[in-house]
Design a protein around this ligand. Structure first.
Ligand code: AMP
Length: 308
């Protein structure tokens, strides 16, 4: 019976679809595939003065994503999640090709959270033609992910700007796991005067301490057992902060990975959480942080820790 009602709701126009689940309290999620229908649905909510919370994802949802949805649900009248594997933010084709895609399961997870809307466009829908926009994020993009993944933040900025312009959310939720991305998005909103308030959300971890990530699915059983050591080192480094200078602490972590069979260190930075620039003395910032990327085989693990 529930399935029949769901089909009827999908068959209705978008405007009606907004109301149907509410009238019948069926909590069915509206799945939007086109920009036009998304704009129409969001405009209707805007006209009614409703607040809209937005969570942008690339799918393969896990509890890290679902916590963002939960927070958005608590703080807004309506919540919309996007699932779009954004090809232009991948600097390696292999990473894009291997990125997990499990849309049916993701829909079930979002429905279980009572997410109101899913925007799940095709690549052709999002990019009917090549986007030539260039951005300037100053020093924010010269370091870490910006330095190691050429073109990555340009791809992120293009898609996030486009999504914000389509949805015009009241609030948008981003994880601190991708801390540099969070600061880039803040800068994007400021530069282009975009609508949402940006909310940074805490990193959600497995019980083992491993930061949750869609890419973790590609870790073997053995790798999954060893991967939590990345966070263990970060926590130990936090404890050592009062005894060691930033560069010594950085070296202490680097040494953990020298000649290691399972891990390859891509970068480690002890930096200022306000502007991501490396720090020489602890007194240089009120927000010292450590940022790390290590590879386990073909899987890239990203993590960070606040030292304050
Ligand atoms: P992604 O699908 O990897 O692009 O991530 C979508 C959003 O979820 C981004 O804002 C991420 O920072 C956030 N996110 C992913 N994993 C986690 C996590 N373990 N904890 C908190 N936020 C996360």
């Amino acid at each position: 019976m529930a399935k029949v009602v769901k089909i009827v709701i999908f068959a209705k126009s978008n405007l009606q679809a907004i109301y149907w689940p509410k009238i019948y309290n069926l909590l069915t999620m509206n799945i939007l595939k086109t920009i036009v229908e998304t704009k129409v649905s969001m405009n209707e909510l805007h006209k009614q003065g409703k607040s809209i919370g937005f969570v942008a994802t690339m799918g393969a949802l896990h509890d890290g994503h679902l916590q963002l949805i939960k927070q958005s649900k608590r703080e807004n009248d309506y919540t919309i999640c996007s699932i779009f594997i954004n090809p232009i933010q991948f600097n390696k084709t292999e990473d894009l090709e291997k990125y997990p895609n499990q849309i049916e399961k993701d829909i079930e997870l979002l429905e279980a959270e009572n997410c109101d809307f899913l925007f799940n466009p095709s690549v052709e829908e999002m990019y009917p033609e090549i986007d030539q926009t260039e951005f300037d994020f100053g020093n924010l993009e010269d370091v870490m992910e910006g330095a190691n993944r050429p073109g990555h933040f340009r791809g992120v900025a293009i898609v996030v700007k486009r999504l914000f312009e389509i949805i015009e959310p009241t609030r948008a939720y981003f994880g601190k796991k991708d801390y540099q991305q969070l600061l880039i998005v803040n800068s994007l909103v400021e530069q282009y005067n975009l609508s949402p308030e940006i909310i940074g959300c805490e990193i959600i971890r497995e019980e083992s301490g491993l930061a949750m990530s869609s890419r973790n699915q590609r870790l073997s059983f053995g790798q999954k057992r060893k991967a939590p050591s990345v966070y263990t080192h970060l926590k130990k480094a936090r404890d050592l902060k009062e005894y060691l200078a930033p560069d010594v602490l950085k070296r202490w972590i680097e040494e953990k990975y020298i000649g290691h069979d399972d891990f390859r260190l891509e970068y480690i930075e002890v930096a200022d959480g306000n502007n991501l620039q490396p720090i020489e003395k602890w007194e240089d910032t009120d927000k010292p942080m450590i940022f790390i990327v290590v590879h386990m085989g073909a899987v890239r693990l990203i993590d960070n820790i606040e030292l304050y």
